[in-house]
Design a protein around this ligand. Sequence first.
Ligand code: ZN
Length: 296
Amino acid sequence: MSGAPLYGCIEAGGTKFVLGVARDHERMLATTRIPTTGPQETLAAAIAFFADAEAEWGRFDAFGIASFGPVDLDRHSPAWGHIGQTPKPGWSGADVAGPFGARFGCPVGFDTDVNGAVLAEGLWGAARDADVATYVTIGTGIGGGAMVEGHPVHGRLHPEMGHMLPRRHPADTGFAGICPFHGDCLEGLASGPAIHARWGASLSELPADHPAHEIVAWYLAQLAIAQQAMLSPRRIVMGGGVLGTPGLLDRIRIAAERLANGYFATADYAELIVAPGLGDRAGLLGALALAQEASR
Ligand code: ZN
């Protein structure tokens, strides 16, 4: 297999960077994780890991970086590959992609973590053979990526599905939401911290008959309906810490079917709204998908 291309894979998260070296999606030759501190220190540690890998396996053919956001994805922008305005100290405007291209002299694919994940799920996971698919993660925040005809959707910024403005649940009163920009956007109402702020516990800690389950499912179902209305995906992959709550995925499917009310030609919401096929590997495999795309 030594003739096969060699890829550097970087899942750039707000709390940790996960790094991998791979020739294909079956197996990582090496992986490591490093805490996300300041950009200089973090990127230097990542480059050191890949320099060691280069000494062992030879030159890289491409890098893929699936990054926390917001990020600049415009290839014609001088800030391509940079992080946008972020509350994370030191990272606003940080050039994440540039150092890897400069050090290793190969193409670098760069995208949001969720756009990477939807590509990986489309290639090897729960959205295989889907021409249009989305990937949503519901955890500390809510992020969504979209793939159309095998390509991630960018546009002016990139999809920011967590900040859509849902209809309020009639029983969800007296809570303003926690998004610093919008208050009661989806992330402000249904992310892990929003659940905690409202009910003092995570969703999985609340009893199964607690109204929080129906309320959160109803908001996340609105995200599914919005995606159907705008993109017509064949698969909506939903993951992240909050989705680890037993029964939540089914509640979302039931709520979505009710909200759709027979529209969108969807016979089976269990077939449309699915759990990730790649589990927690979607991040690093997303970076691999971006590297492979960059090398073509
Ligand atoms: Zn918001």
